[in-house]
Design a protein around this ligand. Structure first.
Ligand code: VG1
Ligand code: CO
Length: 544
């Protein structure tokens, strides 16, 4: 095997964000750009020589090219074995599972998740460690520091790479094993959920489901699990074929980007259950007929009912939610007398809590839910959880949610995103807010008194690491909250996220329109952060 050492000048923009390094495809196609980041990963992890890695991606444009480069580099850097998803395909949760199941050193996932794909879209790469979860801050920072001084990378010469056929091939001393991307994952799901009960539900005349794979990675997983193993009809999976550009859309499972699915569900003859997942299969949206389940509520409801589902019948050790996620899960934790942890945004912060056995379930407002079964959020898992609950309760999605609210109260919740705004202005907006935080405390806004105004920081209870600057919190006397943060996954300019929450216990008021219920808080947010002044926008681009 011919190994080439390629000399380069270091790149200065390879700092991983909320979830890996995410840039435009064009950027990744810059000569040596991908290679430099991969070499920085390889230089930062211990035990690489002789190790096993898992590799796969969400099938977006540039996936195959990137895989070929990474395989040649793995060979040149002394990796012994790579488990590669057939055709280069693996969902994020499947990678997490495979790392754990086959005790790999780690895994490389090629995805920009919910960001659009195609030659004009985005690409991304993230490294997961041996627990199956995203590399923690200390490692992503080490990778970044490496990239700042990286002057060469090693790569094996070009050779044939038959990645579409199950089996194996060699590149020098590296053994590449092509595995079916779905089977291990599907088998694992069968151990957590009551497939028999769910398949009975799918056979009931009064039940029907529609899953939107958004032309992204979950198509093959949905076909094997919902259709082949559970007996759902062929028409119950839409946009099932993974496409390099996701059919031109944002593979983001929310009301704004899954419009067709929404239309089907908001119709008198529509299905009783709807769901969608994102580009790399870790997010989920849950819908009932004429009904949308807020992701924060979904986590709370899953937690409250987990003991009914086989994989969770022994109850929960604890729950964790990201800071901007609504406080609905906290109320469930309180009732169950288990801890509820509040972490910064991003799945990497759940890893220690899961590994240490402190929590069983965790989730984020951004359509992410998961458990200790792997170390990533898991879209198909969440859909199966809901199907299992419906099969047990024999009730509609809407009734299940309403019953939950009547018991715990309702946390009205919305997120407003201002996308592609000027980065300098976005930073100014945040700085301006930070300067005024102290002056907000004790003040009244439209009759609401501020009790906490701070910049969220997190002390990891397991390893004692501290993470600062994780979002501005304005908390009012009645537990209502407004949170401001800048996205760490966008690739153009900055994205301001404004999260708004209000708790109402009174069942008589559980029928308000979400935006109406939050109208005062939304107005306060706009004034406090001077959103129109800094962003030049009167309205958010995406409301979820
Ligand atoms: C967003 C979400 C965050 C999620 C992250 C990765 O990050 O808000 O909750 O963990 O995406 O999700 P940000 O920094 O843009 O707000 V995924 O599905 O891209 O792996
Ligand atoms: Co994702």
């Amino acid at each position: 095997m011919l190994i080439e050492i390629v000399k380069i000048s270091p790149f200065d923009d390879q700092k991983p964000g909320t979830s890996g390094l995410r840039k435009s495809v064009k950027k990744f196609q810059t000569p040596h750009y991908l290679q430099a980041f991969v070499q920085s990963i390889f230089n930062s992890i211990e035990g690489l020589k002789g190790s096993t890695l898992v590799l796969g991606g969400d099938g977006r444009f540039y996936n195959r090219e990137a895989i070929k480069i990474i395989l040649r580099m793995a060979a040149a850097n002394g990796v012994s074995k790579v488990l590669l998803g057939q055709g280069g395909i693996l969902s994020t949760p499947a990678v997490s599972h495979l790392i754990r199941k086959y005790k790999a050193l780690g895994g490389i996932i090629l995805s920009a998740s919910h960001n659009p794909g195609g030659p004009e879209g985005d690409f991304g790469i993230k490294y997961n460690i041996e627990n199956g979860g995203p590399a923690p801050e200390a490692i992503t920072e080490a990778i970044y520091q490496q990239s700042l001084r990286l002057e060469e990378y090693s790569i094996a010469g070009i050779q044939p790479m038959p990645m579409d056929k199950l089996g194996s091939f060699e590149i020098g001393d590296l053994l590449v094993e092509i595995i079916d991307p779905v089977t291990d994952y599907a088998d694992y799901m069968e151990t957590l959920f009551d497939f028999e009960k769910i398949s009975e539900l799918l056979g009931q005349a009064d039940f029907s489901m529609l899953f939107d794979a958004m032309n992204a990675v979950t198509g093959p997983y949905a076909v094997e699990i919902f259709q082949n193993r559970l007996g759902a009809s062929e028409t119950s999976i839409m946009r099932r074929r993974p496409l390099g550009n996701f059919g031109g859309g944002h593979p983001d499972p929310n009301q704004a980007h899954a419009k067709d699915l929404m239309r089907h569900l908001y119709s008198a003859t529509g299905p009783s259950f709807g769901a969608a997942s994102d580009g790399d299969g870790d997010r989920n949206m849950i819908l009932g007929n004429y009904f949308f389940v807020t992701p924060s509520d979904s986590l709370a409801i899953i937690a409250a009912n987990a003991h009914l589902v086989p994989g969770y019948k022994d109850g929960l050790k604890g729950i964790a939610r990201s800071m901007p996620t609504s406080q609905a899960p906290d109320l469930v934790a309180k009732k169950l007398e288990i801890p509820c942890y509040e972490t910064p945004t991003g799945w990497k912060f759940f890893g220690n809590l899961l590994d240490d056995g402190r929590i069983t379930l965790c989730g984020e407002e951004s359509f992410g839910t998961g458990s200790d079964h792997i170390r990533e959020k898991d879209g198909i898992w969440a859909v199966l959880f809901w199907l299992n609950l419906i099969a047990i309760k024999q009730n509609s999605v809407e009734n299940i949610v309403r019953e939950h609210w009547s018991m715990y109260g309702r946390n009205y919740y919305t997120r407003h995103d201002y996308e592609g705004i000027n980065s300098a202005k976005a930073n100014d907006l945040m700085d301006n807010l930070k300067e005024q935080l102290d002056s907000f405390i004790g003040k009244d806004f439209a009759g609401l008194k501020v009790v906490v105004a701070d910049d969220f920081s997190y002390l990891d209870p397991v390893d004692g690491s501290k993470t600062e600057g994780q979002g501005i919190r304005i908390i009012f006397e009645n537990d209502s909250r407004i949170i401001f943060r800048l996205s760490g996954t966008g690739t153009q300019g900055a994205t301001l996220r404004v999260y708004v929450e209000r708790y109402i216990q009174d069942v008589a008021q559980h029928d308000l329109d979400t935006q109406e219920a939050l109208v005062e808080l939304i107005a306060i947010a706009s004034v406090l952060a001077e959103i129109p002044e800094y962003t030049g926008r009167e309205k958010p681009d995406v409301v979820t």
